[in-house]
Design a binder for this molecule. Structure first.
Ligand SMILES: Nc1ncnc2c1ncn2[C@@H]1O[C@H](COP(=O)(O)OP(=O)(O)OP(=O)(O)O)[C@@H](O)[C@H]1O
Length: 202
């Protein structure tokens, strides 16, 4: 049950972003390619130098070592990183056996070689890897960009269910207006150096 708060965060060309993401809420961010969406998420994840402050409830980002912060505020980049040869080596024992059906993998996926994974498979596995870390906030960078329409619908519904059930605070970068309508409590758009509120409620 944690709230994520950005207080006058500036990174790259984006200036003084202030917003709040309640626990169990999704705030979508859209904007043109190169407008700074990923950099903003990276700043919130403490992966990129920035001005301003980011809080998870009363905890300020700078008060924790970056690796501790990133266990609580987990970013799933558009292009996930994999270190070991086998998929299963990236997951704790219990997460290996509790892969959600909605992600569409057959039994045995944990034995697969990472090198055979398609971009969509990587993306879906990266989502499970992140949720299995029991984060308090999630930073999603176009989490369904490599998925077809049916898989997008399944993953989106599963993610929303997990977000509500676990009361996660979520910043979700999205292009698709339909997706933004379906998932966002609030929608902001990057316009030049500013983040503009577009719409949303509750
Ligand atoms: N470390 C960096 N130093 C300087 N410029 C950077 C750095 N990282 C990214 N940029 C630039 O900042 C701009 C914003 O990059 P970012 O990856 O945030 O874009 P984006 O909005 O996520 O775009 P896309 O939708 O194409 O993924 C780009 O012009 C990029 O080249």
């Amino acid at each position: 049950m944690s709230e994520l708060r950005l207080d006058t965060v500036s990174v790259g060309t984006l200036k003084e972003v202030s917003l709040q993401v309640g626990s169990g809420a999704v705030v979508c961010i859209s904007g043109a390619s190169g407008s700074g969406k990923s950099r903003l998420l990276r700043a919130v994840a403490d992966l990129e130098p920035h001005d301003g402050r980011v809080y998870l409830d009363d905890t300020e980002q700078g008060s924790l070592p970056a690796h501790e912060w990133r266990k609580r505020v987990v970013m799933i980049p558009a292009d996930s990183q994999w270190w070991f040869d086998e998929v299963g080596a990236h997951f704790a024992e219990d997460a290996r056996h509790t892969m959600p059906e909605a992600l569409g993998f057959p039994p045995g996926v944990m034995d697969w070689a990472v090198s055979r994974l398609s971009s969509g498979e990587r993306q879906r596995l990266a989502l499970w890897r992140a949720l299995a870390m029991a984060p308090e906030a999630l930073l999603l960078d176009e989490p369904t960009a490599n998925l077809d329409e049916d898989m997008t619908a399944a993953v989106e519904a599963w993610l929303l269910d997990e977000i509500r059930r676990r009361n996660l605070a979520v910043l979700w970068v999205a292009h698709d207006q339909g997706q933004i309508r379906r998932v966002a409590n609030h929608h902001y758009r990057i316009s030049g150096s500013q983040l503009e509120w577009v719409n949303g409620s509750h």
